[in-house]
Structure formats: C-alpha cells, structure tokens
Design a protein. Sequence first.
Length: 302
Amino acid sequence: MPYPARDLSNPVFTCGHSRLAVGTPLLAGSAEESIFPRLTDTKQIGAFSVCRHGEWLLGQAQTPLSPDLEAATQLLYKDLLTASAGYSLCRIWNYLPAINKSGTHGEENYRLFCLARSQAIESVLGLNFPQNLPAASAVGTDNNSLSVLFAAHSGRTCHFENPEQVPAYYYPPEHGPRSPSFARATVLTSLDSKTIFISGTASIKGHKTSFPNDTSAQLDCTLDNLRLISATCGLGNNLAAEYAIERHFKVYLRHAADLDFVQSNLVRTLLLPSDQVSYLRSDICRADLTLEIEASIFTPLT
C-alpha cells in the first residue's frame, strides 16, 4: 500500500506525488514499507488522492475534524466509495485522533467513527453492505485530522472471519450504536499470486476483550487469533511462513515501554528475518487493549 518515508517521528505515506503524515510515531523496525512502489496517474476524486498500480487502485485522504468526527467520517467514506466504484475494496486503513476520548453526546470517538462509517457505507451499498466489507484497521493518531487510506482491485475478493470471534459487523450494542464495519481478512487471487490482507488483530474472543490491560497475555491471544485467521484464509497456521513471497507486519503499541518485550517475543514466535516489520506508537480502538497487529501477505498461486 502507500509507504512511509524515512521520518522516524511521524511516518509519511505516499501515493504518487501526494504525501500524508498519519501521526503514528515509529518505535522500531522498518521506516519504509513498499507494497505498491510504482504508482501512476495520480488524480483527485473528492477528498481522495488516487493513483494506480496495474489493476490496483490506491487512495488516501485527510480531513480536519470540522465540524466534528462524524461529519468528517461521513464525508471521507462517501468519497471513498465514489473513488473506488467499479473496484473491489481489499483494505482500508483509518487513523483517528483521540480515539478513546469522549466526543459528542459523551460517546467515545471510536464509536462515533463506527456509527458514521456504517451509515455512510449503508447509504451507498444498501442494507446488505456487510457482505462487501474488506479488511480494515482503525488506530489512534497524534494528529488532529482523520486519515483514511484504501487499496482496491479490479478482480474479485473473498472475505474471511475468525471462527473464535464474532464478526465485527455483528457486535452487540454494548460496543456502540453501530458495529464496526470490516472483515477479519480479505484475499485477492490474481493470475499468478494471492494478496492477503489481515485486519488489525487484537486480544478479542467472541466480542469481548481478553486479558484487559495485560500486554503479555494479550500478545499470546493476538498471536492465537492470527493463527486462526491464517488457517481460515488457507495459509496454514503460520501465515504462509514457508512459501510467502513477502510478508509485511505493523505492530501498534499503546505503551512505548512495551516495545522490547513485544519485539523479542515476535522475533521468537512469529517473524522471519525477511519480513518487513514496523513497530508504531498508537492508541488502540478499545481503551483496555494495549496492542494490535496487522499483516499484508503475498504468496504464489498454489
């Protein structure tokens, strides 16, 4: 997807000639991720700067929270669906200011974002929109603007769920006025390869947080969830470690002090020397979650 320039304090995502600072400081690992490095035909569609890479369509947008988060979210998501019309959405990245703080009506900002996102998608795709939801993540940002990035493709996609998690779009009302709008993973099959996007994955079983505020136990649970969604996607239980062409990971940490523990554990249990990994300081979508891991995996067609 877009890739950050070498700015350790605030990675910058690039789409063609457009640059976007998303406000997730880099703690360790790769300062540059290059999934689609040769982007062409940059143009503006609504709020989105859009460019192409073969059959891929990439877009990014950033807007201040004026007049509020709900309005900003509605605007960006309607523009996103306009920009990606005729393509299959494969992955969406969301970066929310003050994600765990209270916004309008005393509701948490993440829940307000989920409400507005769901309403915007339903207004365009209709009541059955959950079946078309791609992999996604939503994490906090140190910026004061909402940033949204997407990857879409002209081919067909398949979306997958973790058998030990309630699909996010079916969460009960205790998690907010509207459920989050994403699938746990999306797989795109092209002529000679597969691209697998695994959503931001955390310590959730069923629909409840497991091991609130316990980073060590949450890491174990998160790794278990990654193994489960890996198997569901057909990658075995280790995210195609034996045969993947490339594997990219982003590890979001609420507390920078957890870096050494999490990094050493992942090197021992998950990561290969060839993997591209970035460790980023970011708040997570639930206040009792301390970490989240996402993956983008590229394999030959088997």
